[in-house]
Design a protein around this ligand. Sequence first.
Ligand code: ADP
Ligand code: ASP
Ligand code: MG
Length: 439
Amino acid sequence: MLVVKFGGTSVGKPERMKKIANLVLTMPGKKIVVLSALSGTTNTLVRIGDHLIAERHTAAHQEIAELEKHYLQFINELYESEAYQAIGQEIVSRYFSLFRLLAAGKFDDRSYRELLAQGELISTELFYHHLQERKVSARLLPALHFMSIDENQEPELEKISERLKPILETLNNIDILVTQGYICRNHRNEIDNLKRGGSDYTASLIGAAIRAEEIQIWTDIDGMHNNDPRIVKKTIPIAELTFDEASELAYFGAKILHPSTIVPAQKYHVPVRLKNTMDEKAAGTIISDKGSRGQFKAIAAKDGITAINIKSSRMLLAYGFLRKVFEVFERYKTPIDMISTSEVAVSVTIDDSKNLSSILEELRGFGTIEVDTKQSIICIVGNMLLEKEGVLKDVFHALATVPIRMVSYGGSQNNISILVDTNQKDKALNLLNEGIFHL
Ligand code: ADP
Ligand code: ASP
Ligand code: MG
């Protein structure tokens, strides 16, 4: 079984949706097709939700009306026959009635999450009927029946697997199953989601749950590039990555993959292939247990980082001190990304600053605290980073004109992390592209 995921741009235009149907039909064997919402839809639903939370009803209704026009145009071009035009209109009218219903009642966080889920529900329904019109035998597999997260928002992989198995056995004679990315149920059985960009994560969770042959992520670029193509002009695709390398890149900001995508795939050794819907012949990237050796493979950057420095000449070297510091972050369920220590101080970085003021309040008991916000982690990924001489020389030489706030090196063979002020990020990515990739 293959799990094939198509992102927003891959389904964002009627001709593209038709194209991915062709693509799926050329793939051998059984497949589960995971779809995102049409490009722009989730952003629009977020804006509608924000308007409704803030009780800006007119603005919300304007957005709903514009989105409805977009969908009416979409079905008009997607379906050929009158019968399917009518089906398309019924689908659009049903979803937009629901939006207006949600907008009319008490709009809380739960309604917001229900609203956000509609993008994937409508895209899969439209695609499924497109396959029907082409007389392709397929089924809709409702993600809300099997995809779940626990009270810590962590996907319940074993339960997902147990729920999927009997469903797949029943649908044994069907080659194409279409399901929604991104959406799930939470521990209260409410509709929830896997956070923005979460359709990649859905594909990987399904792939791991059913021990698929391969997970394919089809998007608008020919694989993982060596640097962020939105910021750096000359970037090149990477043919092979190990799970560890891809995991670091996804976690540290390579937008092509949701930060957690690699985790379930790696657990069950299911290879992940990144492919370009706009150029299906392009090789893309294969992510697996194996990987080619190469000193520097790629760079990614993650914004919105806060650095916290704790200075305590009395206690820092005492054993048990760092444990106490880490326990504060643990109590607030806030992961630490980077750490650097000196004799009198320790610096850590976090990207979730929701509980920052409570964390700082507790840390003040340990010493003097300094906080730098608007920082970015630049993560350089490769292998043999610890074995070769001159690795840091090349990196620091490239970054000679960039002020560096923190460095983390030696934690693994795969990663050098560098913290810079976000206003230095673009410059740093470009300098590293020239300095270490010679592009
Ligand atoms: P989808 O809608 O298919 O999920 P995304 O927009 O989430 O697509 O991800 C694809 C985009 O990720 C690319 O268009 C590219 O701009 C961006 N991107 C950022 N970093 C990288 C990278 N290192 N390699 C490839 N693409 C990247
Ligand atoms: N539609 C969701 C988003 O835009 C999930 C995804 O596209 O992966 O975030
Ligand atoms: Mg994405």
